[in-house]
Design a protein around this ligand. Structure first.
Ligand code: ATP
Ligand code: MG
Length: 354
């Protein structure tokens, strides 16, 4: 069986370091592993419109930003197809058929949908399109016959829902669709990076992010003012590392070689954590170290972004070609789906013959 990746992001803002550790880093590693036959990376503009219908210009502007973020993280257009969701209308038709295989109460039980409805303050006025997005996501994944979906932990319920649709479709219409597997980051701290404000998730919609495109000074300011342990008031106070975003970010980004380079008086993160827990280690010192670590991680990303910003016409060509290749693949899956459902009326005289 071919090994195929489908993954993507909503163009609701520039991408942040949560995306980087939660999904982008894994994508780049999988891309460069040479183990995948096809890789599709989708800029989910149609999905972004489900909760931004009044702001299509915001979605439009962020398509370019997200594409630049991909390239600056090391997504290579020679190896991965970057495409725009709405340019592949076959995805919409697939969603329409899948909607008949899912009940309203099943979507209502989806914990990510539940949490997002609450976070966005939709309560009783959820747009129907937004409510259906898990189904449209199943269409995106299956249209490419994806076997692997590198994503953050919040996507687990979406993958479960997708698998159920695959099983139901195959049961009703015969073996047609491929079952995907989620690929989560192996580092626990990267599953769901918290926000600068200590909230459970760094998210474009919550405005608590360090963006990949932030300049050095902006990153420094954000780190120096970020939330830490509220009970750690004096340097001598014992502190908590559990649930403390500064230490969670260090868990996510720190490599052993950063100690001799930026904080030689400590050997390891465990030693730093032990000192903080005992008391006698100030937040400012830890934040300064985190700043050095993050700047070192982001420097190559910034450099690549600057280079790509000078090559914008090429970016349009990359996206156009990505859309062309993606559409071809989705068309072929849709043809199989129509055939399985026996709604391929004009193929092989099916309508008039029987
Ligand atoms: P929005 O608020 O518009 O939904 P978002 O910040 O949640 O934006 P998405 O485009 O929905 O970003 O998510 C893209 C991918 O990044 C998904 O795979 C998601 O799991 C992952 N991701 C997003 N935020 C984080 C985070 N804080 N930590 C780890 N992974 C994340
Ligand atoms: Mg999201």
């Amino acid at each position: 069986m071919k090994q195929i990746i489908l993954t993507g992001d909503r163009p609701t803002g520039r991408l942040h370091v949560g995306h980087y550790v939660g999904s982008l880093m894994e994508r780049v590693a999988l891309q460069n592993s040479g183990k995948y036959d096809e890789i599709y990376i989708m800029i989910a503009d149609a999905q972004a419109l489900t909760d931004n219908a009044e702001h299509p210009e915001k979605v439009r502007q962020n398509i370019k930003q997200v594409a630049l973020d991909y390239l600056s993280c090391g997504i290579d257009p020679e190896k991965s197809n970057i495409f725009i969701q709405s340019r592949v209308p076959e995805l919409t038709e697939l969603s329409f058929y899948y909607m008949n295989l899912v009940t309203v109460s099943r979507v209502q039980r989806n914990p990510t949908v539940k949490a997002e409805i609450q976070q966005k303050g939709f309560e009783t006025s959820v747009p129907l399109g937004f409510f259906c997005y898990p189904v449209s996501q199943a269409a995106d994944i299956t249209a490419f016959r994806a076997t692997a979906v590198p994503a953050g932990e919040d996507q687990m319920p979406m993958l479960e829902q997708c698998k159920e649709i695959v099983h139901k479709f195959n049961e009703v219409y015969g073996e047609t669709l491929t079952e995907p597997q989620i690929v989560l980051p192996s580092n626990k701290a990267c599953l769901r990076l918290p926000g600068l404000d200590g909230k459970a998730k760094m998210s474009k919609s919550l405005g608590n992010c360090i963006y990949l495109s932030d300049d050095e000074e902006t990153v420094r300011k954000k780190i120096m003012s970020m939330f830490t342990d509220p009970t750690h008031l004096k340097v001598s106070d014992p502190g908590h590392v559990e649930g403390n975003p500064v230490f969670i970010y260090l868990d996510a980004f720190c490599k052993p070689e950063y100690f001799p380079e930026f904080l030689p008086e400590y050997q390891s993160l465990d030693e730093l954590k032990a000192h903080y827990t005992k008391g006698g280690l100030g937040d400012i010192k830890v934040k300064k170290f985190l700043n050095s670590v993050l700047q070192a991680e982001l420097a190559p990303v910034r450099e690549r972004r600057q280079a790509w910003e000078k090559r914008l016409p090429e970016l349009t060509d990359i996206l156009k070609e990505g859309c062309r290749v993606a559409r071809e693949k989705a068309e072929s899956t849709l043809a199989d789906v129509r055939k399985a459902m026996r709604i391929d009326y004009f193929e092989n005289g099916a309508l008039l013959g029987e």
